[in-house]
Design a protein around this ligand. Sequence first.
Ligand code: SF4
Ligand code: SF4
Length: 375
Amino acid sequence: MDLIELKENIKIIALDSGANLFGVGSRERLEGNPPSADMDYSLPRAQSCIIWAYPNDIEALENYFSKKERWSIKVLQDLGYATGWRTAQQIAKFIEDNTDYKAHPIIPNGKYRGGIGSAMKNAESFPPFSLRYGAVAAGLGHLGWSGNLVSKEYGGSLYLDGVLTTAPLEADPMAEENNCNQCKICQKVCTTGYVAKEEPEERQPVVIGGVKQTYGKRGTYMRCGVGCAGFTGLSEDATWSTWTADHTCLKKIPDKDLTRGYMRNLVQQLMSGRETPRQLRKFNQRIAASFAKVGKSENVGLRPIEDTNPRCGNCNFICVADPKKRAELYKMLKTSGIMYLDDKGREYVKKIDENGKEIIYYPPTWEEYKKEKGI
Ligand code: SF4
Ligand code: SF4
């Protein structure tokens, strides 16, 4: 099979799995960048990165940000991680079965250089290969302020997957424009302050295919670790939450005070502290148990859908391609209220409706959602 036919066949496999964007990047475009741009770490003498993406659906995002339900995003996240991982294995096998080239499926998330322990301990942590860098090299877009890949077609509201190969496939053209319009909505919807509002990240310049990638300065890695998992998530003005019942806003706490000791005490308090209501402790213990499974497998692509529980992801989800829709989703979030747990541990939402009246409602459970959708 020649390289043109090989690339065509790979593209068909990716698109057939449900992906909407596909591209190939070259080794040269990634050279001279931070360690996670180094293909050799995962596959010695790799020449190309093959990257594809599954976008979020707008209705699912509206439901997520308005707190109508979070299960449609759960299903899409499972597509991006579990289906994406299976597809990566399928593509790697296809390359090795049909050519003499080597291929390496990239773990979509959950694997860090130095192990998961380093991700918990250190202020920063790096994957074996960055799918975001790979996606820029493959022409899918550029890094936005959030640090996520922002594409022309779907913005940054998507899931990336990929394969490295020693096959010197023809690289696709780099994306012409950077579609991040610096709206900073990604920063506004984060309750942990992981990405700075004004200051760009300067520690490790990222220049891919000759194009400098600019993104916001990162705070301590565990800010996002804690918030994205759902251990905390309250807005600075305490009017809305993420899909978590833990009402702590980490954004207000400067990095110098957010020490390892602080984080350890916080998590200990949330998990077993007397001041934390029993239902909340159980809720946090469930989150910790599902993350421990990912920690053990070091691969989010192996996580069963039952353990896939989106609670934040805001910076990524909200970055849809249309800036007007992005602003609409932000408005939905700001008026979506705060999530609580009742005595039985069921999630409910308290919010102020358009008439200024406080209302309480119960979003569907996963079981109810599955029944309604016939899943
Ligand atoms: S939300 Fe706005 S600032 Fe943030 S990455 Fe997307 S386009 Fe850029
Ligand atoms: S996933 Fe959530 S907590 Fe993490 S950086 Fe994005 S918005 Fe902030």
